[in-house]
Design a protein. Structure first.
Length: 453
């Protein structure tokens, strides 16, 4: 039979609570009997003082002194003599249903006598006959011990045990509450791990004190974060695999078509030297760009194998801006680019760098849209070169902002999400960094490249 963790934790506490209640009740009972026995022993000591040698005449002054010493009330009655009493007037009559008490034997328990009611007060009463040698022989002495004092004495004796027992009960209840809280946290953790198993990697809220269970919850959150990262990486890998499966043939066909069109334009220029070459030169550059893009598309995800050589970043930016000029004129987008006066040459693969700059600037032109503006700025230091491309567009959507450099992540209606992924691969191949931010209502991409990469 499956026993819940709740019951495993709480069963010992319940047993402890029952044991505490039984022990406390037994100890309280013993303490109550002991307190009552001490009171009875004291009253019998008073009785011996008044009824055994040396004898004292039972006058009212003597009885009042004994009252102050014992707390009891006294009543002496004699068939032929007047009664003496410590009670206030009117004097009570002696109870008729109280039997004559005898001195307990050695080892025998003392008692306070049966309960009686005098006026509105409850008492315990002892009736003692006086021996023939007593000056008041022939009479009877009644000792009335107030029931309120007896109850107070018993309560005083039992109270420490009840407090101790109550503390034990409180401790058990506290442990019960702690156990219930622990079980609740275990159930929350169980529910969270089931969600993780189902693919929900959101972190769980960490509550409670700074203890081992909090460390466990944080470890589960860390596991969820790593699983989410692994899942993203797996999905990215699967997308690349799918890309490799269906795009190879298509890309080869498109590259061959672009190469054929490029060759046809070159032959036309060679056979018609009098034709205006500028539009055809732009077409050649666009065809060359298409061919190069398809080549890099096929190489996406593969280790780069480019040739490292000195590359003038200003010249590569000029080429990218020139290629985008017809698109900008058609859309009414302004590209502001002023080459720097200094040297901005780095060591790298000119083809990859050309794709990098073309993709980033081209994305900025698309984001700026008709009537928008794109600014390109190049700065260089002895150890690195920085390219900043800013546009007046709204920036990436929040849903893709953190994954903008992943393949197939795009905010364009007709985009495929490879431009920035190709740029990121080129950056990584050159040991650089690429990042983006929103600055003064503009989207700014920052590219840092080491000059000696």
């Amino acid at each position: 039979m499956r026993l819940s963790l709740r019951y495993r934790l709480l069963l010992p506490f319940v047993l402890l609570l029952l044991g505490d209640a039984v022990v406390t009740g037994w100890a309280a009972s013993i303490a109550a009997r002991g307190a009552e026995q001490r009171l009875a022993t004291q009253q019998w000591a008073v009785a011996r003082t008044l009824t055994e040698p040396p004898f004292f005449p039972l006058t009212e002054p003597v009885l009042k002194k004994m009252q102050k010493l014992s707390g009891a009330e006294f009543l002496f009655v004699h068939p032929t003599a007047p009664s003496e009493s410590t009670f206030a007037d009117p004097k009570p009559k002696p109870p008729t249903d109280v039997p004559t008490a005898t001195l307990p034997e050695a080892g025998e328990a003392h008692t306070l006598g049966p309960p009686v009611v005098i006026g509105d007060q409850e008492y315990r009463c002892l009736r003692l006959p006086l021996s023939p040698k007593h000056p008041n022989h022939g009479g009877s002495l009644y000792i009335f011990y107030p029931e309120s004092l007896r109850r107070t004495a018993v309560a005083d004796a039992v109270r420490p045990l009840m407090i101790l027992g109550g503390a034990g009960v409180f401790a058990v209840i506290l442990a019960f509450a702690f156990g219930s809280g622990l079980v609740r946290r275990v159930r929350d953790l169980d529910a969270r791990t089931r969600l993780i198993a189902a693919g929900d990697f959101r972190p769980m809220p960490v509550s409670g004190g700074d203890d081992e269970f909090r460390d466990l919850c944080e470890a589960v959150n860390e596991m969820a974060r790593r699983l989410a990262a692994f899942q993203d990486e797996l999905q990215r890998t699967e997308r690349l695999q799918v890309l490799g499966q269906f795009s190879g043939g298509l890309a080869h066909q498109l590259r061959n078509a672009a190469a054929g069109a490029k060759l046809a334009v070159e032959l036309f220029l060679a056979e018609n030297p009098s034709a205006d070459p500028e539009p055809l030169q732009v077409a050649l550059r666009q065809l060359a760009r298409i061919e190069s893009n398809l080549r890099q598309f096929l190489a996406l995800g593969k280790p780069p194998a480019g040739v490292r050589e000195p590359c003038d970043l200003a010249k590569l930016i000029n080429q990218s801006v020139s290629l985008l000029k017809p698109q900008c004129q058609h859309a009414g987008t302004t590209v502001i680019w002023t080459p720097p006066g200094g040297n901005a040459v780095i060591v790298g693969d000119s083809t990859q760098l050309s794709h990098l700059l073309g993709n980033v600037i081209g994305n900025a032109v698309d984001a700026a849209g008709p009537g928008g503006e794109v600014r390109v700025r190049l700065t260089a230091t002895p150890i690195s070169a920085t390219v900043e491309v800013s546009d007046t567009g709204p920036g990436p959507l929040p849903a893709i902002a953190e994954k903008i450099f992943d393949p197939f992540v795009t905010g364009k209606d007709q985009g495929i999400g490879l431009g920035l992924a190709v740029a990121k691969q080129a950056i990584d191949a050159h040991g650089g960094k690429i990042a983006w931010e929103r600055r003064e209502n503009r989207t700014v991409f920052i590219i840092d490249l080491p000059r000696g990469a």
